[in-house]
Design a binder for this molecule. Sequence first.
Ligand SMILES: CC(C)(COP(=O)(O)OP(=O)(O)OC[C@H]1O[C@@H](n2cnc3c(N)ncnc32)[C@H](O)[C@@H]1OP(=O)(O)O)[C@@H](O)C(=O)NCCC(=O)NCCS
Length: 153
Amino acid sequence: MNAKPASASVTIKHELVLPSDSNTLGTAFGGSVMGWIDICAAIAAQRHCESLVVTASMDAVHFHAPIRVGMTAILTARVNATFNHSLEVGVEVEAEDFSVGERKHCCSALLTFTAISPDFKLKKVPPLLLESDDDRARQAAGEARRAHRLAQR
Ligand SMILES: CC(C)(COP(=O)(O)OP(=O)(O)OC[C@H]1O[C@@H](n2cnc3c(N)ncnc32)[C@H](O)[C@@H]1OP(=O)(O)O)[C@@H](O)C(=O)NCCC(=O)NCCS
């Protein structure tokens, strides 16, 4: 199985925040944002695995700043680490206010996906090509977090 660079998995998703995504304060629902995160991360995981994936877990998500109706949520997902049949994807969410040309970091999330075939059999995940110190650090940090997640399972 050929190793693949993490950069090939980078996926960017834009969501215009509509009133239907918002709470009574006019800011995006946490649940809507988590749904966008899940989809963006799943696309990155599927691109890397070239197979179907299911979400196995999502780590704690902390919302640092609200995203108001009319703003654009910009989600950037990237494969951090690969394991045997699973992989960790990190997602950064920014809110863009086009009227003032500003972007603000809103939240980060870490998700683990399991690669499966259409008949729900586990599939091997291609390893990451660790080309830079940053790639190696992400893989090592992902392995440490995985050990903690599996201990809590
Ligand atoms: C995720 C799922 C496929 C795991 O199946 P399983 O029979 O428990 O299989 P295993 O225990 O062998 O785990 C398979 C892989 O998933 C990983 N995994 C399973 N549960 C996990 C969890 N809670 N957190 C992180 N990784 C997990 C395992 O570490 C393993 O990966 P590895 O081979 O790289 O170590 C199964 O629990 C499932 O289908 N869950 C429902 C998924 C779902 O509906 N998601 C929402 C919609 S997409």
